[in-house]
Ligand binder design. Structure first.
Ligand code: ZN
Length: 175
C-alpha cells in the first residue's frame, strides 16, 4: 500500500529523476499515478501530491482538489497530471502565501511565490502541454516542482506556526 513517507525520507531531499517519455504509458508509471491519486484522496485537505511524497524519486506530480465539493466553481482547481514538469516562465512579481504540505504535518508557514507561472509537462498519455496559471494553481506548480528538487517549503519559509483545528477547518489546503 502506498502512503505518505516521513518528512525525513531521503526521497524528499534529493533531486528526483526524469521519467523517460516512452515509459509514461507503462504499467509501472500508470500504477504510480494511481497510487499517488489514492494517497491524495485520503488527505482531507489535499490538493496536490508529488511522487517523492510517497517515497518515489521521479519527476511527477498531480493536482486534484479533494475539497472540490465544498469549493466554489470559479475557484476550483483543475485536475492535472504533470510528468517531467518545468516552470518555463514566471511573473516578475512575487506574493506572500500561506502554505501547508502533506509531508509536514500540523504546520503552516509563509513563503514567497511568483504570482503567475507557466508550466510545461507531459500528461499521463505522454502528450506534452503548456499551461499558464495564477493564484493557488501557480503556487502549487512552484511547491510541487520544489518537491521534485528536494526542497520543502519549510526550507525557505520565513515564518511557520502549528495549526489548530479551527484554522484547519476554515482555510487550509495541503500540497
Ligand atoms: Zn508539499
Amino acid at each position: 500500500m502506498a502512503k505518505l513517507v516521513d518528512q525525513k525520507h531521503p526521497a524528499l531531499h534529493q533531486i528526483a529523476e526524469e521519467v523517460p517519455v516512452e515509459e509514461i504509458p507503462s504499467p509501472k508509471i500508470q500504477k504510480l499515478l494511481k497510487d499517488m491519486r489514492e494517497v491524495l484522496l485520503k488527505c482531507p485537505r489535499g490538493v496536490a501530491i508529488a511522487a517523492p511524497q510517497i517515497g518515489v524519486p521521479l519527476r511527477i506530480f498531480l493536482v486534484h482538489d479533494t475539497t472540490a465539493e465544498k469549493t466554489d466553481q470559479a475557484t476550483r482547481i483543475p485536475d492535472m497530471v504533470a510528468i517531467n514538469p518545468t516552470i518555463v516562465k514566471t511573473s516578475k512579481k512575487k506574493e506572500e502565501m500561506e502554505e501547508g504540505c502533506l509531508s509536514v504535518p500540523n504546520l503552516y508557514g509563509k513563503t514567497k511565490r511568483y504570482k503567475n507561472a507557466t508550466l510545461r509537462a507531459f500528461d499521463e498519455h505522454g502528450e506534452e502541454y503548456t499551461r499558464n496559471a495564477g493564484g493557488l494553481l501557480a503556487h502549487i506548480f512552484q511547491h510541487e516542482v520544489d518537491h521534485l528538487d528536494g526542497t520543502l517549503y519549510i526550507d525557505h519559509a520565513h515564518e511557520t506556526w502549528e495549526t489548530n483545528e479551527l484554522y484547519e477547518k476554515t482555510k487550509k489546503k495541503d500540497v
